[in-house]
Design a protein around this ligand. Structure first.
Ligand SMILES: Cc1cc2nc3c(=O)[nH]c(=O)nc-3n(C[C@H](O)[C@H](O)[C@H](O)COP(=O)(O)OP(=O)(O)OC[C@H]3O[C@@H](n4cnc5c(N)ncnc54)[C@H](O)[C@@H]3O)c2cc1C
Length: 338
């Protein structure tokens, strides 16, 4: 395992902020995970586990510890049923590579999650979601190493406490995820719950998982920045879930407010609309950072933005949304070192 010193954090995350990390290493197997954690304990410094760094905002300060990038590789079919296969994917695999593996093996279910620039390990930390599908819908179990005992654990789906961008791994970061098992369908049933995706197929009778993947990419390109060109971590905030009463109160004031979906007595509000049409923040900039001009839910780094500039945008959004509709919004992006 190669440990390097004084590494620019901005090269390791898609938001491209941060100072220098004192140490950095990439781990490819369980032994290296253990060695990297032991190294941090010997030096009495903190460690931080990450994947592709696409959901992180690092502060402008240096990180006086070791950043450990999880790069465990391998995807395979473990077993087969009549209508499904169980596929295992190591945590350092790109989620897109898992989707391609699935499509190439005539398996489906994950295609709506195409083009999310993260790893398999982080997909269950955040319970990634897009266009009506969430990782949790296909996860059978998650394998991980306890950072204190170095013992392996297997968490069944119901033990992962998945919620909207939530899981047990987010609340308790004592586990380094090594592998995730997915149950994927042999018979393709498209998930077209998201109306924007359904419209694109225009009542076409027979569609394939590959076509859904291509369409998802098209929709994403219309709304989201290319993270290889503009620094970003995707949606900065969660869409707020409010009671039906609260929704009606807001709707009385802003009759045009659309609604995402209704779960029991709760309503999910499209925050992008609120930031754009009610708070007028779309395209608004502070220094080198701003609310993306095609989707206000996304904050972008136009080049050399300070993390502090992004934090100013975060505070502005929090204040404006509270002032206009009385809701406290929550972040989707994780802040490190503030
Ligand atoms: C352009 C863009 C579009 C996006 N679109 C979406 C979207 O549609 N839906 C969505 O849900 N998200 C989206 N995201 C956010 C992000 O890609 C996801 O949250 C993704 O899962 C993060 O993966 P990562 O490997 O980059 O994780 P990182 O950002 O590296 O880490 C995220 C968290 O996971 C933890 N972690 C990472 N790997 C492990 C591991 N092996 N074991 C334990 N903990 C680990 C880290 O400690 C951290 O807490 C988008 C981001 C961008 C830049």
């Amino acid at each position: 395992m190669n440990i390097t010193e004084n590494i620019k954090i901005s090269d390791l995350t898609t938001f491209r902020t941060g100072g220098n990390a004192r140490f950095f290493c990439e781990v490819f197997n369980d032994e290296e995970i253990k060695s990297a954690i032991e190294f941090s304990r010997e030096k009495n410094i903190p460690f931080f586990i990450f994947g592709n760094g696409s959901n992180l905002l690092f502060s402008d300060k240096d990180f006086d510890g070791i950043l450990i990038k999880v790069s465990l590789k391998g995807i395979k079919i473990e077993s087969e049923g009549v209508n499904f296969s169980i596929v295992s994917a190591s945590s350092g695999e790109a989620f897109d590579d898992l989707i391609n593996f699935s499509i190439n093996n005539n398996l489906s279910g994950l295609e709506n999650l195409w083009n999310i620039p993260g790893t398999v390990g982080a997909s269950v930390v955040q319970n990634i979601g897009a266009y009506g599908t969430e990782a949790k819908d296909f996860v059978v179990s998650v394998e991980g190493i306890d950072i204190n005992t170095f013992e392996k654990h297997l968490f069944k789906n119901n033990e992962c406490c998945f919620g909207y961008r939530e899981s047990v791994f987010k609340k308790n970061n004592n586990i380094v995820i090594t592998k995730v098992y997915f149950k994927l369908n042999k018979n393709f049933i498209p998930n077209l719950k998201y109306s924007g995706l359904k419209e694109k197929f225009d009542n076409k009778k027979k569609i394939t998982a590959k076509e859904v993947k291509i369409m998802v990419e098209k929709i994403r390109k219309e709304k989201l920045p290319d993270w290889k060109v503009l620094g970003t971590a995707g949606s900065f905030f969660k869409n707020p879930i409010v009671s039906a009463d609260k929704y009606n109160e807001i709707k009385d004031k802003y009759p045009e407010l659309p609604v995402f979906n209704i779960e029991g007595d709760f309503v999910k509000i499209p925050l992008g609309y609120v930031l754009d049409k009610i708070c007028n923040l779309k395209g608004h900039r502070i220094g080198n950072a701003g609310f993306y001009d095609k989707q206000a839910l996304v904050i972008v780094n136009y080049g050399n933005a300070k993390a502090e500039e992004i934090i100013s945008l975060l505070k502005l959004a929090e204040e404006k949304v509270f002032e206009k509709i009385g809701i406290k919004i929550e972040r989707e992006v994780e802040l490190i070192g503030f």
